[in-house]
Design a protein around this ligand. Structure first.
Ligand code: ATP
Length: 250
């Protein structure tokens, strides 16, 4: 569903992503791993259209989306979360989701839906979609809580709910388990698996290797911007280059 070919991003003399080619298959969970500064976030930024590549191509379902803006990429079915989840802390979780859904779905599609459903307001539709997303991530019970009062794990789930607003085919999750405890990490991994079971293609950046090894179908390892390994978890874990650059010896 997603293919990158010779993808490169240079910032002056620094090559943040260096000639990376990889494929991400529909319905699979893929992980991008590598040491700090390896180029993982830049890789996401390139796919999501937040920055333009210096070289290379990005193909989404066969369509060349190289150089498209973030909004153009989003309407083609790509959504992302960030390392930090920015919410309006003094608003409820539900209101955050309604606002988030409205901001993310200002497309012609909504005009069509609204035109044919005269009695529904846009806000009602957004609320319904927000309720569905919240239920999907298992947070219906905290809809009326202030976002500032929820836990880090709940924030991570809200981020996924927000990303679901556009009914994406591909979800880019940046450290979805960052800052949460081992038990919560297991529970969050279950949510990510559920996304894949519902047909979503998931690509995540994560440092928690236990989670990645049990969750990912496919791992891409970056080091100094370059891909040093690509394959199923067992193969990647045994790769001497990966052990040296990132995993270390047991
Ligand atoms: P981390 O795990 O610490 O988040 P990362 O693997 O996500 O790191 P990136 O954030 O993609 O790595 O950064 C890769 C390299 O590119 C780093 O050396 C970083 O300083 C550099 N870099 C990233 N964005 C920019 C930018 N806008 N301008 C200049 N250099 C940048």
């Amino acid at each position: 569903m997603l293919e990158v070919v010779n993808l490169t991003k240079r910032y002056g003399g620094l090559t943040a992503v260096n000639d990376v080619s990889a494929q991400f298959r529909k319905g699979h969970i893929s992980a991008i791993i590598g040491p700090n500064g390896a180029g993982k976030t830049t890789f996401f930024n390139l796919i999501a259209g937040a920055v333009a590549p210096t070289q290379g191509r990005i193909l989404l379902n066969g369509e060349d989306i190289t150089g498209m803006r973030a909004d153009q990429v989003a309407v083609r079915g790509v959504a992302r979360t960030f390392q930090s989840t920015h919410l309006f802390d003094s608003a409820t979780v539900m209101d955050n989701l309604i606002v988030g859904h409205r901001l993310r779905t200002r497309s012609g599609l909504w005009d069509v839906i609204l035109g044919s459903a005269r009695l529904r307001t846009e806000e009602t539709l957004c609320r319904r979609k927000a309720e569905e997303s919240l239920e999907f991530v298992g947070l219906s019970h905290i809809a009326d809580r202030l976002a500032g009062d929820i836990s880090q794990e709940e924030r991570k789930r809200v981020a996924v709910a927000l990303a679901l607003a556009t009914d994406p085919q591909l979800l880019l999750l940046d450290e979805p388990a960052g800052g949460i405890n081992p038990e919560e990490t297991v529970s969050l991994a279950r949510l990510i698996r559920k996304l894949a079971e519902h047909g979503k293609t998931v690509c995540l950046i994560e440092h928690k290797m236990d989670m990645i090894m049990s969750l990912a179908d496919h791992i891409v390892v970056l080091n100094y911007g370059a891909k040093i390994a690509d394959g199923p978890p067992d193969k990647v874990r045994a790769n001497p280059l990966v052990i040296e650059a990132y995993l270390g010896a047991d």
